[in-house]
Write a protein that binds this ligand. Structure first.
Ligand SMILES: *[C@@H]1O[C@H](CO)[C@@H](O)[C@H](O)[C@H]1NC(C)=O
Ligand SMILES: *[C@@H]1O[C@H](CO)[C@@H](O)[C@H](O)[C@H]1NC(C)=O
Ligand SMILES: *[C@@H]1O[C@H](CO)[C@@H](O)[C@H](O)[C@H]1NC(C)=O
Ligand SMILES: *[C@@H]1O[C@H](CO)[C@@H](O)[C@H](O)[C@H]1NC(C)=O
Ligand SMILES: *[C@@H]1O[C@H](CO)[C@@H](O)[C@H](O)[C@H]1NC(C)=O
Ligand SMILES: *[C@@H]1O[C@H](CO)[C@@H](O)[C@H](O)[C@H]1NC(C)=O
Length: 797
């Protein structure tokens, strides 16, 4: 039924469009000129335009761009004819010649680009379609050339990336010329990302150290085609498939390889008039090769994006462009005696090893490296997964692809002249310089149900084509009737699609709520479920039926803009062991945060009931440590929690812990934490580190201390506040018991466990806990180190 109608519809549209000359076409012998503003082709629904787009001072490229978000001379370009050869801002033009060649000439003379097509028999015309495809047809309808066949850095829905095609990034945010990153099918049929710099090149996606099948790719299909469909699914013949976060709705999307080397799928949020990222290839963009150039280290944080910094003894080569990296400030003569080493922990320089030695000690590696002129340093790694344990020493001839990541368990040793060894260098904090690349973080927005697409199309059609309309009015009435039938036939299908995406986005949305909405959700703030730092928590049901924990802040005494900035940063934190922030509300004096709700409640509640066996307790200890380590280090933001306690550790349905209330100390008292000068006492008695009491600098080690107390409670099942044998604190009691007797474990362990536990795990956990609660903050491990200690334990099983 629907098919003949569509065919008729297409026929009618064709019929009408031949009888009018509209601005989506260019005919033989005519041209578009750079001098005339508004000399552009615009697709019939107004989505795309093709014309001259400024790319620099008095420099233009012939391009296709989105007309939304509304822009002028600053649009989202999806294709360019001459990205590397811009033309003059005067007398340049694009001409469709008499015999069907489309040529772009600079200042009226030099041809900088051409399609090299001919159409002897019938006149050709160029047409910009609603899909964003610019097509050169002859009048028989044969396609002579189309822009979809030669993508630049963007794929539009239904545009195929094929065997010999590639997407090439722009040079920088403002420079559209070809950059260093390519998305293409490699010779093994696998869709890959390649860094192709001026000196070196390497593939960085899929991860080069993994085998293709390990990342789910197949090399068998050599047709090599990748395509984004209309609903937001991207598929490639190497068996790679992804779906956008808003899959299902028919909205405008584009897949772009950005100038920073990451591939992102963008969706147009028409309500906010901006593009949002709905998928990206690399969550940790520091692993993209070539990010910071040679001899520098990349690190990333949710607030500042990626940052580059030179390794000690080196300085930036070109102050406007990190891709040149850093150059040595010294001339290392090849006399080994004058050199020594600086080590950077948790830092990797990928590739460029010219030799690998197994089972060498660090001293032996140093000696080797000193003896060899081309050795710039070495990566020292201890592979726990390789049995029996072996060490590996990778001697490097070049220091490229450097990145710092707290969980990367290896160090790099850099060879430097002895005179430079005294450099005090704190890798993690010393990121004063920022990468030229800085990309807006993945933000997810909330979509309302969209208007019905065909109807909108129809309205657009009506308004755009009034002339055309009158010329085929009779056909039009028929068309209208048929269209309405078609529209109602399709309606049911559409709505179910959209509901699907609605739910999906809802599940990942971070957004602003109105006070009225939250008032309604909580039934007038009736059901109080907790009281915590700075506010009261209520249970509520959002309009989409999600159950939320809504926190009303009492003491948020700073401006709205500041609040928004902070909340946005917290909203971007994303870790399985941190509670999800769904949104916020700020209206006048009302400031609220909306979190996911945890059915299983807090660790405090679970500890007092019999629900936690040893396995679960260990997972909670590990997960909590991971969440905190992420807050402290991975983000480089130094978000201190300052109030770790069992009440703030929530338990999900799989008994995975989720830390809540993070970022609050910061939200409630901005600036103080950053400067390590907290004047007011924070936290909860019993969990607070001695620094608070003695007015000493507050560092991430305050959280380590509180975490140590939580560990002790997990093992013993006792609360720090319960008096133990009189006035003793929990710490003192555990310490004394472990020192006093061989059978300490039986004495301190939670009797609720009824003997079901792993003695090795307990003894390590107690050791870790006691180290965490050392009086001296420097004697405590970092959260990252705690995670590593616990992970090693987990691996042994
Ligand atoms: C863009 O980058 C290229 C390559 O680095 C350079 O040659 C060109 O001058 C730059 N264009 C602009 C407008 O900065
Ligand atoms: C171009 O757009 C960006 C981001 O949308 C904006 O920051 C910038 O100011 C705009 N530039 C011009 C010249 O309009
Ligand atoms: C493609 O992936 C699916 C699941 O993602 C898997 O079942 C199938 O075996 C894969 N095909 C090939 C050829 O690897
Ligand atoms: C390769 O992929 C295409 C498109 O998915 C498919 O039609 C074709 O059958 C595949 N060929 C092989 C040999 O698997
Ligand atoms: C730095 O890079 C820019 C852009 O690539 C270039 O125009 C400039 O000449 C370079 N400066 C130096 C000092 O090399
Ligand atoms: C490294 O040393 C360990 C212990 O001495 C030994 O068992 C292992 O086989 C060695 N590894 C290699 C790769 O030689």
């Amino acid at each position: 039924m629907a098919r003949p109608i569509i065919i008729l519809l297409v026929y009618l549209i064709q019929l009408c469009s031949f009888s009018s000359s509209s601005d989506d076409q260019l005919h033989e012998g005519s041209s578009l000129s750079v001098d005339t503003k508004g000399d552009v082709l615009t697709s019939s629904d107004g989505t795309f335009s093709a014309g001259f787009h400024p790319v620099g001072q008095n420099a233009f490229s012939f391009a296709i761009w989105f007309n939304k978000p509304s822009c002028s001379g600053n649009c989202t370009v999806v294709w360019m004819a001459n990205r590397d050869y811009p033309v003059n801002g005067r007398h340049s033009k694009l001409t469709l010649t008499k015999h069907g060649n489309l040529i772009l000439t600079d200042a009226g003379r030099i041809t900088v680009w051409a399609t090299d097509t001919v159409s002897h028999l019938s006149p050709a015309h160029l047409k910009l379609y609603d899909s964003g495809n610019l097509v050169l047809h002859d009048s028989t309808g044969t396609t002579l050339w189309q822009s979809f066949d030669s993508p630049t850095d963007t794929l539009l829905p239904l545009q195929q990336l094929r065997k010999h095609g590639k997407l090439v990034s722009s040079r920088s945010r403002n420079n559209f010329s070809s950059g260093f990153f390519n998305l293409y099918f490699d010779s093994d049929n696998v869709l890959s990302l390649l860094y192709k710099g001026p000196e070196v090149s390497s593939i960085y996606w899929p991860s080069p150290w993994l085998l293709r099948w390990e990342v789910g790719r197949s090399s068998n299909n050599n047709s090599r085609i990748a395509e984004l469909d209309l609903l937001g699914k991207f598929t490639s013949t190497d068996n790679y498939t992804i779906k956008s976060a808003d899959y299902g709705s028919r909205i405008h999307r584009r897949l772009t390889i950005d100038f920073d080397g990451n591939v992102r799928l963008y969706s147009l949020n028409e309500r906010e008039d901006k593009w949002v990222v709905s998928w990206q290839a690399y969550p940790r963009s520091c692993k993209i090769h070539g990010t910071c150039g040679p001899n520098s280290v990349c690190s990333s944080s949710p607030k500042h994006g990626r940052k580059c910094s030179c390794i000690p003894g080196y300085r930036m080569k070109n102050h406007t462009d990190w891709s040149f990296g850093c150059k040595p400030e010294f001339d290392l003569s090849c006399n080994g005696v004058e050199a020594g080493f600086i080590s950077l922990r948790h830092t990797e320089f990928y590739g460029y090893e010219y030799a690998i030695y197994t089972n060498y000690t660090v001293e032996m590696c140093k000696k080797l490296c000193l003896e060899q002129c081309n050795c710039k340093g070495f990566q020292f790694r201890f592979h726990k997964s390789h049995q029996p344990y072996s060490t590996y020493c990778y001697l490097k001839s070049e220091l490229r692809n450097g990145y710092h990541e707290p969980f990367f368990d290896a160090s790099i040793y850099l060879k430097l002249p002895k005179t430079k060894l005294s450099l005090s260098y704190e890798l993690v904090r010393d990121y004063s310089l920022e990468c030229s690349v800085q990309v807006e973080q993945l933000t997810r927005t909330y979509h309302e149900r969209k208007e019905n697409e065909p109807f909108k199309l129809f309205l657009g059609f009506l308004s755009k084509n009034t002339v055309l309309w009158s010329t085929c009015a009779i056909g039009g009435i028929e068309f209208l009737v048929i269209f309405l039938v078609w529209f109602f036939l399709n309606r049911t299908q559409h709505e179910s699609d959209q509901m699907g995406s609605y739910r999906l986005i809802a599940a990942t949305g971070f957004r602003k709520f109105s006070y009225a909405e939250l008032d309604k959700a909580t039934n007038g703030f009736r059901k109080e479920i907790g009281k915590g730092a700075g506010g009261i928590v209520y249970k509520g049901k959002l309009s989409d039926d999600r159950i939320a924990a809504i926190k009303r802040l009492i003491d948020a005494n700073h401006g709205e803009a500041e609040f928004l900035a902070e909340v946005n940063t917290i909203g971007k934190l994303n870790h399985m062991n941190l509670i999800d922030l769904w949104g916020y509300c700020v209206e006048g004096k009302h400031k609220l945060l909306v979190y996911e709700y945890m059915e299983h409640g807090s660790l405090a509640e679970n500890l007092s009931s019999k629900t936690l066996d040893w396995g679960k307790r260990f997972q909670i200890a590990l997960g909590t440590a991971k969440g905190l380590a992420y807050l402290h280090e991975e983000c480089l933001e130094w978000i201190l929690h300052c109030d770790i306690k069992p009440q703030n550790i929530l338990i999900d349905s799989n008994y995975q812990p989720k830390v809540s209330d993070f970022g609050l100390s910061w939200l409630l008292n901005r600036g103080d934490v950053k400067n390590s000068k907290i004047s007011r006492l924070r936290g909860t008695r019993g969990y607070m580190a001695p620094e608070w009491v003695f007015n000493m600098p507050i560092t991430s080690k305050v959280d380590v201390y509180s975490y140590g107390i939580v560990l002790l409670e997990l093992v013993t099942g006792r609360s720090h506040s319960q008096g133990i044998e009189g006035e003793k604190t929990l710490i003192k009691w555990v310490k004394e018991t472990t020192d006093a007797t061989e059978k300490w474990m039986e004495m301190i362990i939670d009797p609720m466990l009824e003997g079901q536990y792993d003695t090795t795990e307990i003894s390590i956990l107690i050791t870790v806990a006691l180290r965490c609660v050392e009086e001296d903050k420097d004697a405590r491990p970092t959260m990252g180190e705690v995670v590593l200690m616990l992970l090693q334990l987990e691996e042994k099983h």
